[in-house]
Ligand binder design. Structure first.
Ligand code: HGY
Ligand code: MN
Ligand code: MN
Ligand code: MN
Length: 420
């Protein structure tokens, strides 16, 4: 009995070779010749990744299923039929992204739960992994789709209305990925289903690396605001139209984007940032003055009052630029996601796990978005970060050291046991 209790508490060993082999094999799915990862939601690589994860999880003894929006869940039942402790992240990628953003957390979730089981740990609560659908921005213009739906933050009407840039209905892509509209009634989760959620992720910044600390315990996740701005000018002949007669949507846009940067520099606030990373020029031809530009303005911050204040200040400047250049602009809200603190109890479990393992850790806020932000809206959730080499992410150079990943394994395993 004493021995059994002892083995119940012991953190299992990290099978580093097994984990590396899985990680490397998974990283091949959607990898292009340049070495970058292209695994957007709905792509052939996404579907292949799902089949690969299902195979792995079934071999590892999980009960596997897809919910209505094709989130992949794998459950190891507990001694009681209570709410589960869930570990996970996402497996989709940004265009030309890296191998770690998302998949690290999914493969580690499987690894932690499987290793606990192999070490003879008898979990009281069910332990589950999840890989959420479409965490990253995608052609359906719905990021964190899977976790938002689970949290009840995307309505049935929004799901039904969504289609990609070519008009493909969202449900067609979700069904191909393993989902199904007929299961929508069961997709919502509550505290009665998930007792706690843990997500391992790369930091995607350079604070941990600079401080030479292997573990980040996330205090909260920033708010993210996105709107589509459509600047309308006038398409005209590029050779014959003199400067005073032009209403060039791209030049007006250019001024607006530079104004955003100037405003950011003036604000000089490390917890306020804005980006225009997607821009479409119409008709996009060498000999036509751009008639229309459509772009996404994204603003992130820890304080939404600052985010909205920055947005409003930008709009004032845009109005001046538009008036001076004879163009107009239209605005369409895309995303207004509030900042989300992580659960104090989960934060403490992670800090105590790191302390007990004599691992230095840093508490830090995330300026990247994560599925945990939505799960934290209805149950206890927390995140662990590992350092990103050179702070690089959303690019093919994205990398983290296996030594740090190993420490994260131990922290997650110990915290899982503490929360069970
Ligand atoms: O955009 C983000 O912050 C995240 O990587 N999805
Ligand atoms: Mn990402
Ligand atoms: Mn991510
Ligand atoms: Mn001509």
């Amino acid at each position: 009995m004493g021995q059994q209790l002892e083995s119940q508490r012991r953190v299992p060993p990290f099978r580093v070779e097994r984990f590396k082999q899985r990680f490397d094999a998974f990283s091949e799915i959607g990898r292009s010749a340049s070495g970058a990862m292209n695994r957007p939601f709905g792509s052939p690589a996404d579907l292949e990744a799902r089949a690969w994860l299902v195979r792995l999880a079934e071999e590892a003894g999980f009960e596997v299923y897809f919910d209505a929006v094709a989130n992949l869940w794998g459950v190891r039942p507990g001694q009681v039929d209570g709410p589960a402790i869930v570990l996970g992240s996402h497996h989709d990628s940004v265009p030309d992204g890296g191998r770690f953003d998302g998949p690290l957390g999914v493969l580690m979730a499987i690894e932690v739960i499987q290793s606990l089981q192999e070490a003879g740990y008898q979990n009281a609560l069910p332990l589950s992994f999840v890989s959420f659908t479409a965490e990253e921005p995608n052609p359906f213009d719905l990021s964190t789709l899977g976790s938002r739906t689970v949290a009840g933050r995307l309505t049935e009407d929004q799901l039904n209305a969504a289609a990609d840039w070519n008009g493909r209905p969202l449900w067609e892509a979700l069904t191909a990925a393993g989902g199904g509209r007929d299961r929508l009634a069961e997709v919502r989760k509550s505290r009665d289903d998930i007792a706690a959620f843990l997500e391992l992720h790369i930091e995607q910044g350079r604070r941990l690396e600079s401080a030479q600390i292997p573990i980040g315990v996330v205090s909260g996740i920033c708010g993210i605001y996105r709107e589509t701005v459509t600047v309308a000018g006038e398409a005209n002949h590029a050779g014959t139209t003199q400067l005073p007669d032009r209403r060039d949507a791209l030049l007006a846009t250019s001024e607006m984007l530079l104004a955003i940067e100037q405003k950011l520099q003036a604000a000089d606030n490390p917890e306020l940032i804005a980006t225009v990373g997607r821009l479409t020029v119409t008709p996009n031809a060498a000999n036509i003055i751009p008639g229309e530009c459509q772009w996404i303005l994204e603003i992130r911050g820890g304080d939404m009052a600052e985010v909205y204040g920055f947005r409003d200040a930008c709009m004032q400047v845009f109005a001046d630029i538009a008036a001076r250049r004879g163009v107009t602009f239209r605005r369409d809200l895309m995303l207004d996601q509030q900042p989300q603190p992580m659960s104090d109890e989960v934060i403490q479990a992670l800090q105590q796990a790191a302390s007990a393992l004599h691992l230095p850790y840093m508490n830090l806020a995330s300026m990247a978005g994560h599925d945990a932000t939505h799960i934290a809206s209805f149950t206890r959730a927390g995140m662990v970060f590992v350092p990103s080499l050179g702070g690089k992410s959303h690019c093919k150079e994205e990398a983290s050291r296996m030594e740090d990943i190993e420490q994260a394994f131990y922290v997650l395993a110990a915290a899982t046991m503490a929360l069970d």
